[in-house]
Design a protein around this ligand. Sequence first.
Ligand SMILES: Cc1cc2nc3c(=O)[nH]c(=O)nc-3n(C[C@H](O)[C@H](O)[C@H](O)COP(=O)(O)OP(=O)(O)OC[C@H]3O[C@@H](n4cnc5c(N)ncnc54)[C@H](O)[C@@H]3O)c2cc1C
Length: 375
Amino acid sequence: MQQFDIIIVGAGMVGSALAHALRGKKVALVDRGAPVTARSDGSDWQTLSNRVSAVSLAHWQWLDSLLAQPIKRSPYTAMLVTDGDGCSDITLADQGNHIGALTDNWRIQYALQQALDRNSVTCFWHSELSEWQPNQITLSTGQVLHADIIVAADGANSWLRQQVGIEVKQLDYQQWAQVANLKLATNHQNKCYQTFRQTGPIAILPMYEANQASLVWSSTEPAEELDDVAFTGALNAEIASLPVRVEAVTQRQSFPLIARHAKTYAKDGVILIGDAAHNIHPLAGQGVNLGFSDVKVLAKFLNASKNLSDPIIAQRYEQARRLHNASIRHAMTAFAKGFGSNNPYLRLARNNAFRLANRFSAVLQPLINVATRHD
Ligand SMILES: Cc1cc2nc3c(=O)[nH]c(=O)nc-3n(C[C@H](O)[C@H](O)[C@H](O)COP(=O)(O)OP(=O)(O)OC[C@H]3O[C@@H](n4cnc5c(N)ncnc54)[C@H](O)[C@@H]3O)c2cc1C
């Protein structure tokens, strides 16, 4: 049996970031997959990964402080939001300063994992969990690891969360998010574009070159059967209210959209972070941002503690994060429902709110905060 202070299960963006943020602890990082390897340099739109994330400025500053080398990113200066009937066009935070930046998910994982040696983290790759008991896990390789705290960062369907018996509140949006890379016929001008259709929101996100973008098209039915030309035509018709045009598209990938929130963030020595604790609709690009905020708070408590078995660590972490994550989840659900609705009263209320918001930007400040700031 190998003894550690902390075991982190899941080396996604969130688990890898926690491994990096811990100081002076003996840490094990376990993942069923392989370490991430470097891929395309990003200059060719067709070879970009189609999994990207919008990360807030505050989190970029934090990631930069953890890493020796900056991660390649594509800054954005504004978000243009429309509902397609011309009533609700708004521009959030367009002062020319960048408010966040997009990057491929693999770049964040790669940069964090490359630097783990410096922090003396022991990595167990290709190691699926096969058994859990308090303070101990057994891996598919037969190795047994023991620790004061086990952190579940194993994603939305967390195996560890289920073993520990933590229940989740679940909301099926009955939508699919299709992701793809786009070649634009127009310059994206470093803006994020989003249009809310009745079937779900469509986001066009600016990538590294002026004509590269990433698509997140949420819809009740994925248009998987369409060929690339037909898909491009259908997409251009749906985004007619936006000042961008799509010239070509790569292969698509679809994800069912289901929000989950764990009823508690800790039990029997296991603490949940990232998607293992909460996952939400991607319409405001918040998932990994919330996960990074979990990491910052949990790392602060763990680094400051001389006794990792003290239950106060989990209590303080849950107090600091659960309510905040729940409020963002509710805001995203309200947005998804408010925009997608046919209900004339909801649409009227929403359009009035947006008209007001254009005149008094303070009305939209909560959304701007959600989209741009994370402490
Ligand atoms: C279409 C779409 C667009 C999105 N866009 C954004 C965005 O713009 N901005 C944003 O902030 N968020 C966005 N998100 C959300 C974001 O992608 C997630 O919040 C984030 O990837 C979660 O990271 P994680 O490390 O918590 O989990 P994951 O990325 O799911 O990582 C879990 C890790 O655990 C490992 N694992 C799982 N089970 C086991 C096991 N039993 N044993 C060992 N290892 C295991 C997996 O191999 C994996 O490496 C988006 C999501 C979607 C679906």
